[in-house]
Design a protein around this ligand. Structure first.
Ligand code: HEM
Length: 514
């Protein structure tokens, strides 16, 4: 029998053998780790997909007129996180505030991106200018901090005179229209109010009435933009094949022409006026101080603020008036609280005095919880795969906070279907502090999350508070006929969801303030 003679492990050949052994064990260990990672991948929690998805179009046709409502129904069936297929896009919708906080705040560095939207990015913000649809780069940061500064609690006093005189005008328009026509649709007057507040803050002037031709034109332009931002008007984002349609019909060229020929020149006129005006204003401060933006960038920032402020404030007020019309008992408590303040202080409460009106604060918060201004906020996207509570959210997913659903979770709000202002009586923080503070101290989620959270919370809250106090210091609200405003339906305006159009009576009551 022949034996193979093995080399002896002397000093000379021990080193290569040991190196080989180490290399083999490294390769083996890496292979095991790879395998175990592969195994771990299979232990990710599965994000459920609602059943009604069709090939290629996915859930697009199943969302219905009010996607927020449909998504709420799916959350109820499938849990706090769901996966929708929207053509080529992967949507992740979340209705649990704790999970949403982890996604948008804890992982904010990766999830503060906006999904690519051809209209918003290429056309509206000319390839990334402005703040709402641009990506969180250096330019976005300086622009956003300039906006935060303009609208911050520190400077709110500067805006109060415009907001207060706008509130007085708003209520006198409501009362006049009720007397003239037997009822009022509050929406267009609330649009003038919202537009004047932000226009005043930016350009230092306001529009006198809802018939003002410049106001009508600006409103039309802002509404056209929000309509173009709606899901169904930007289909090539979901179905690239539809770019063929774009190639032949040039609809985006038409939108570009609309903006370039109508919108921008009209808007540039206001920017130019602001440059030439006496004294300081926000437009000048954007170009001359801090961020030193170009004229074009300044125009885009102003445009973003006008578009963002034009729908949100009127829609919030439209809901508040509709809800209050259903609750004369709450109206009674609110008016008593305001009257008591006036008797004591001999003046109307201003935003400053809010802490002395706990029931009014709670009522406004409850209205915004009960019927949020937007049902799905503004979408974010993630620039890399993120792992949250064992859910793997792949890079490039569109992440949606399901606000309407979140506001109706019984583990977050007791008896969520009931309108109950008292639920906030122990959380009287400003909405700005609540939204920017600890998760446990948030009141509602209407202003979004993390780095992209609405930069105008404080300004918006002062607007809504001022209009609310003015309405109930002078009036009570009744339905204009036997038909009460409908609180169960809604109209999708692109980003905001408003109540279905209605009329109410705003009837002058005996005023304790003269
Ligand atoms: C009650 C009124 C309002 C509500 C409910 C509201 C809600 C929101 C929400 C949900 C977002 C998206 C946040 C996110 O991406 O997570 C947002 C963003 C924004 N809002 Fe508001 N908003 C209101 C009023 C206003 C007003 C009056 C202005 C302007 C004066 C404004 C300016 C903006 C801007 C510029 C952004 C984009 C911020 C960014 O992308 O970095 N909002 N708002």
């Amino acid at each position: 029998m022949e034996y193979i003679s093995l080399p002896k492990l002397d000093k000379k050949n021990a080193l290569p053998v040991a190196s080989l052994a180490i290399a083999v064990s490294i390769v083996y260990t890496s292979y095991r780790m790879f395998l175990s990672n592969q195994e771990k991948k299979h232990t990710f929690k599965k994000i459920p997909i609602p059943g009604s998805a069709y090939p290629y179009i996915g859930h697009m046709m199943s969302l219905g007129e009010l996607p927020g409502r449909t998504i709420q129904k799916w959350h109820k069936e499938l849990g706090p996180i769901i996966n929708l297929k929207m053509g080529i896009q992967n949507w992740i919708a979340v209705d649990d505030p704790v999970l949403a906080h982890k996604i948008f705040v804890t992982n904010g560095i990766d999830t503060s991106y906006r999904p690519h939207n051809a209209y918003a990015f290429n056309i509206l913000c000319s390839g990334g200018k402005g703040v709402s649809f641009s990506q969180p780069n250096g330019r976005w940061k300086v622009t956003r901090s300039a906006i935060l500064n303009l609208l911050s609690p520190k400077y709110i006093e500067k805006h109060i005179p415009t907001i207060s005189s706008g509130s007085r005008k708003l209520v006198s328009d409501f009362i006049e229209c009720t007397m003239r026509e037997g009822g009022v649709n509050p929406y267009k007057y609330a649009q003038l109010f919202g537009m004047n507040n932000i226009f005043g803050a930016l350009f230092g002037r306001t529009f006198p009435s809802v018939e003002d031709p410049e106001f009508i034109k600006l409103l039309h332009l802002a509404e056209t933009i929000t309509t173009c931002l709606a899901l169904e008007n930007d289909l090539p984002n979901y179905f690239p094949i539809l770019s063929v349609y774009e190639y032949f019909f040039k609809s985006q060229d038409e939108q570009k022409r609309f903006l370039e020929n109508e919108y921008y020149p009209f808007f540039r006129k206001f920017v130019k006026e602001a440059y030439e005006a006496e004294g300081s204003n926000f437009i000048k401060s954007l170009t001359e101080e801090g961020p030193k933006l170009s004229e074009d960038e300044t125009m885009h920032v102003a445009l973003d603020l006008i578009v963002a402020g034009t729908d949100t404030i009127p829609v919030s007020l439209f809901w508040i008036i509709a809800i209050m019309c259903h609750h004369p008992d709450v109206q009674k408590k609110v008016t008593t609280e305001i009257d008591d303040f006036i008797k004591l202080n001999k003046c109307l409460p201003s935003f400053h005095d809010r802490s002395q009106l706990p029931y009014c604060i709670s009522t406004v918060k409850e209205c915004m919880r009960f019927r949020p201004t937007t049902s799905l906020g503004l979408p974010h996207t993630t620039r890399r795969d993120i792992l949250v509570d064992d859910y793997m959210i792949p890079k490039g997913s569109v992440i949606i906070p399901s606000m309407e659903s979140m506001h109706m979770r019984s583990d977050v709000y007791a008896e969520p279907e009931r309108f109950m202002p008292e639920r906030f009586i122990n959380n009287l923080k400003t909405m700005y502090s609540a939204a920017n503070g600890k998760l446990e101290e948030r009141d509602h989620y209407s202003f979004g999350w993390g780095r992209r959270i609405c930069p105008a919370i404080n300004f918006a809250e002062a607007e809504v508070f001022s209009a609310f106090i003015q309405v109930f210091s002078e009036c009570y609200i009744e339905p204009a006929s036997e038909i009460f405003p409908d609180l169960d339906s809604g109209v999708n305006l692109g980003i905001a969801v408003s109540p279905v159009s209605y009329k109410v009576k705003l009837i002058k009551r005996e005023c304790v303030y003269t």
